[in-house]
Design a protein around this ligand. Sequence first.
Ligand SMILES: [Ca+2]
Length: 175
Amino acid sequence: MSSLNKGVEKVEVALRWDPSTGGGPVHDLDIIAAVYGAQDPTGAPAYLVHFDSRSPDGTITLNRDSRTGQGLGIDESMTLELDRLAPTYARVVVGVAIQQGGGRVTFGDVANTGVIVKEGYDELFRDDFTAVRDATSATVVEFTRETPSTWTYRPAVHGFDSDPDAFTRLMGTPR
Ligand SMILES: [Ca+2]
C-alpha cells in the first residue's frame, strides 16, 4: 500500500523515448541525478550521476544508457539506493536532459517520451513530459531525507530551457 508519506528505500527511474525520424538531430535523452549535502540542500550538488559520472559510493547507478532511443521499452534506467546514502546527503533531485549538440531539441520534438518512478513493482508515479513540451531539460522527482532513516519523494516535473551542463547547476533550485 502506498500513501503520501510513504518512505522509499530503493527506487528506479526508467525513461523511454522513440528515435528521431528523418534528417533531424539524434534524440539523446539523459537521466541525471544531483545529490545535495545536508548542510546545503539547495546549493551546489555534492556530486552528479549520469552517463559520464558515477556515484563515489555506488549507491546510485545508471543501469542502462541510450544515445538514440532505439529499441523497445525502457531506454535508460537509474537505480537509487537511498537507504544506503551517507548521512551527509539529505536531498536528491533526478531529471532528464536532452542533448543539444545537433540543434535545439525539446520534449515536444521527441516521440513517445515517458518516465516511470517505481520502488520494486510499486509505481510511484509516471509522466510523459507534456507539461514541459517546450523545455530542453526537466526535473522529474525529488527525494528528501525526512529523518535519519526515512526518505520521502515528491513529483517535481519542472522544465528548464538549458543544455545538460547548465541544467545540472539549476536543477536543485527550490520551486
Ligand atoms: Ca542518453
